[in-house]
Design a protein around this ligand. Structure first.
Ligand code: MGD
Ligand code: MGD
Ligand code: SF4
Ligand code: MO
Length: 710
């Protein structure tokens, strides 16, 4: 089977396409130009846009490589009696899926089939996937990888503000900030063009980065540009409680704003009364005097922003930590005040849109609640079904994965846009769970590590081959535009869902044209929190041509909403909630153990399924390296480049040592981009945040030993 050549496709449109990067939530603007006869089918150029200002990172520049990847899937694959995957026709594959799903549901009920979605899917695909689960499969069992990513910050924003839009202001607002507090975010590696928006604060000495590692972003604070705060991993909540204590004790808060715009001050004040900076110092290792001066700087600066990233959110207290960051912002009067604010930095390309259109277990389109009778009735009318057939809430991602093959759990799972056997917490338990399934169906462009385990693999389109929309980290809806005719073989996921829906005699409309699916999504979102009803592909094209953004909510006849909260928050009474939270105890290392934190490298994206296939990126970062402090290395008798074994009760990985004074001596850092035995997630914990069900990716305890090679 040879992959169909993209460059030879006779009908390839010989025109440029103004689109956005296939990877992260910054969604840098780029122009793709077909290059007939060349090795790569399109060339990539950065395009002027307020978020990236023409810049791209290495991943963006090299994104065209994947369009010509030699191991692109070109035909459905079905596992045969010999245990191997073999090419099959689309009809064979889809008939088999439909037949087996029906048999499983007949025996074990509708909820025996589950769907696992992704924050990289376009809005159109995410919407259709949620609808497919509810009215074609009639299952409640749908959730997605955003649960690993955005769930804690989303839960915190929903309870404080009544709405969750990652940045409730345009990114360019940061340009004029005096002080920016970044908690657990490393945009220097994870969104490099973002760094241009930090220059204003750096010029005023006001970039403050809280990270147990001197990350690329923390380095930006050098030479008087700001301050790097390096707390004990997992102690951010205590740090924030200490800061809030100082702000209240020293009367640094904005009393007028707190009175007019919030509720809950008294309970909050009581909850932090014992959090003297000295106590916060004991937990965090950050000197009390530094906590005091930081609180003063935040309060006295004319223009302050507080931003959170996965470093503080991916913990069993992630929602409470994000809540504490919001409490601090509210006390200082930041949200909704021009020139200041709070935001979380959404991660995946469509991490924002992915959480609005219904692929989350408790949700219907428009960020509506699935257990709200009015929401059910409204969406059922758009879908043309009786509200009674829409199932109730399902279960969040980790529980969904772990339920595979268990009594009462799912027996079949359809995965769209996630490589769960690399990126899930306590990943061995997820590998075991998938092995218990009667049917695993994976849609992907490559044979990812998860696809390798599937019974059926369905090849789908890559970003440059499809139209659609993505919603970036500012809640700005963007057009993804097709630059290439899709190759023969792979199909769009809208087509796959339509074909399966037909085999299930499903009600509803199953359009193949993304602009028609968008029109339906817009209707379904009307009146919801994330209202897209004033938008269409045509309006978006026109707005972009005029250089105007399309931030939701965007009802008809409006101009969208670049800035939220100017007059009111989204709760019925218009006020934000100060929610008192308590500190919890993270797992802490004992004699000889180290704290393990995990995160990202510039060159790789997520599970690495895409970037490990780009030679330039993979050559730069070919293998797993554990970042270790020189004193710790000396103590353990290991040197740079040595092989070590990191181990805990969940599993073990081998890694090369990268000695660096950028990390705390009690901590080791691993990226999670590598598969199989090099997966950092063999060590991470699946302990969950009780509110968001976010797993604790950023806090585990390990032992480290040198591997002696013969
Ligand atoms: N190159 C690249 N870019 C990406 C991605 C990618 O995989 N690769 N993924 C995209 C996605 S989906 C996301 S969610 C974003 C994530 O973007 P970020 O949140 O910036 O990324 P991480 O590296 O996961 O975590 C950020 C920092 O948190 C620190 N950290 C770890 N534990 C703690 C802690 O207990 N407290 C504090 N304060 N900090 C801690 C880590 O040292 C790390 O430097 O990136 C997006 N961009
Ligand atoms: N230890 C540790 N683990 C983590 C994290 C961490 O910080 N530390 N971060 C977590 C976070 S924030 C995230 S977001 C997750 C992400 O982890 P994953 O969910 O595994 O994300 P990706 O690696 O992007 O996987 C996407 C897969 O879908 C494919 N794909 C891309 N676009 C499409 C599409 O449109 N349709 C279909 N069908 N397939 C597509 C890609 O080829 C790839 O195989 O990892 C989480 N895991
Ligand atoms: S920062 Fe994100 S969106 Fe921009 S080029 Fe890099 S990966 Fe793509
Ligand atoms: Mo993410």
């Amino acid at each position: 089977m040879t992959p169909a050549s993209l460059t030879d496709a006779p009908s390839a449109p010989a025109q440029t396409a103004a689109t956005h990067c296939p990877y992260c939530a910054l969604q840098c603007a780029m122009t793709l130009t077909p290059t007939p006869g060349e090795r790569l089918p399109v060339s990539v150029e950065g395009r002027e846009f307020p978020t990236n200002r023409g810049g791209l990172c290495r991943k963006g520049w090299s994104s065209n490589e994947l369009l010509a990847a030699p191991d692109r899937l070109t035909s459905p694959l079905v596992r045969g009696a010999d245990g191997e995957l073999h090419p099959a026709t689309w009809d064979e594959a889809l008939d088999l899926i439909a037949e087996r799903l029906r048999a499983i549901q007949r025996e074990s009920g509708a909820d025996a089939v589950g769907i696992f979605g992704g924050g990289g899917l376009t809005n159109e695909k995410a919407y259709q996937l949620g609808k497919f689960a509810r009215i074609a499969l009639r299952t409640s069992r749908i959730d997605y990888n955003g649960r690993f990513c955005m769930s804690s910050a989303a839960a915190a924003a929903n309870r404080a503000f009544g709405v969750d839009r990652g940045l409730p202001f345009p990114l360019t607002d940061l340009d004029t900030a005096e002080t920016i507090l970044m908690l657990g975010s490393n945009v220097g590696d994870t969104m490099p063009p973002f760094v241009s928006h930090l220059q204003g604060a750096r010029a005023r000495g006001g970039l403050i980065v809280v990270d147990p590692r001197r990350s690329t972003t923390a380095r930006l604070t050098a030479d008087g540009a700001g301050q790097h705060v390096q707390p004990v991993p997992g102690s951010d909540l205590a740090l924030l409680l200490g800061l809030i204590h100082v702000v209240i004790a020293e009367g640094l808060f904005d009393a007028d704003y707190v009175n007019r715009r919030t509720r809950g001050f008294e309970a909050l004040r009581r909850s932090v009364s014992m959090w003297w900076p000295e106590r916060a110092e004991q937990v965090t290792g950050v000197p009390a005097a530094a906590i005091q001066s930081l609180a003063r700087r935040l309060a006295e600066s004319g223009s302050t922003y507080i931003l959170t990233g996965r470093g503080v959110e991916q913990h069993a207290d992630g929602t409470d930590t994000a809540t504490a960051a919001i409490n601090l912002a509210l006390l200082l009067g930041l949200p909704g005040t021009p020139g200041s604010g709070y935001g979380t930095l959404t991660g995946q390309g469509n991490g924002q849109g992915g959480r609005e259109h219904g692929q989350k277990s408790d949700q219907l389109p428009g960020y509506r609640k699935i257990d709200d009778p009015a929401a059910r009735e409204y969406v059922a009318a758009v879908w043309g079904v009786d509200p009674a057939i829409i199932p109730g809430p399902g279960i969040p991602a980790v529980q969904l994965l772990q339920s595979c093959g268990r009594p009462g759990g799912v027996r079949a799972l359809l995965v769209h846009g996630s490589n769960v056997v690399v990126s899930s917490p306590n990943v061995q338990s997820v590998r075991d769970a998938l092995a218990r399934l009667d049917l695993l169906v994976v849609s992907d462009f490559f044979l990812s590590e998860t696809a390798r385990l599937a019974h059926v693999v369905l090849p789908v389109l890559q970003w440059a081959e499809e139209d659609g929309t993505m919603t970036n980290l500012e809640g700005r809806v963007l057009r993804r535009r097709r630059a290439l005719e899709p190759p023969a073989g792979p199909r769009s996921e809208l087509w796959i869902m339509a074909e399966l829906a037909r085999r299930f005699d499903a009600p509803g409309t199953w359009d193949l044209d993304p602009s028609l699916v968008f029109d339906e999504l817009a209707r379904a979102s009307a009146g919801g929190l994330a209202d897209y009803s004033g938008l269409s592909h045509a309006t978006l094209d026109a707005l972009e041509a005029e250089g105007v953004g399309a931030h939701w909510p965007y009802p008809p006849g409006g101009i969208g909403t670049p800035r939220l909260f100017a007059d009111r928050f989204a709760h019925a009474d218009g006020r934000a909630r100060l929610v008192a939270v308590r500190s919890y105890s993270p797992e802490t290392p004992h004699g000889g153990e180290l704290s393990l934190i995990t995160g990202r490298l510039l060159e790789h994206y997520q599970s690495g399924a895409q970037t490990r296939r780009v030679p330039e990126l993979n050559d730069a970062r070919p293998e797993l390296v554990a970042q270790l402090h020189p004193a710790t290395a000396r103590d353990r008798g290991v040197a740079d480049g040595d092989l070590v074994r990191l181990e805990n009760r969940r599993g073990a990985v081998e890694a090369r040592v990268g000695v660096s004074s950028d990390i705390r001596p009690d901590t080791v850092f691993l990226p999670f981009h590598f598969p199989d035995g090099a997966s950092a997630n063999l060590l991470t914990s699946d302990r969950l945040d009780p509110i968001s069900s976010m797993p604790e990716f950023k806090n585990a305890v390990v032992t480290l030993t040198r591997v002696v090679t013969a």
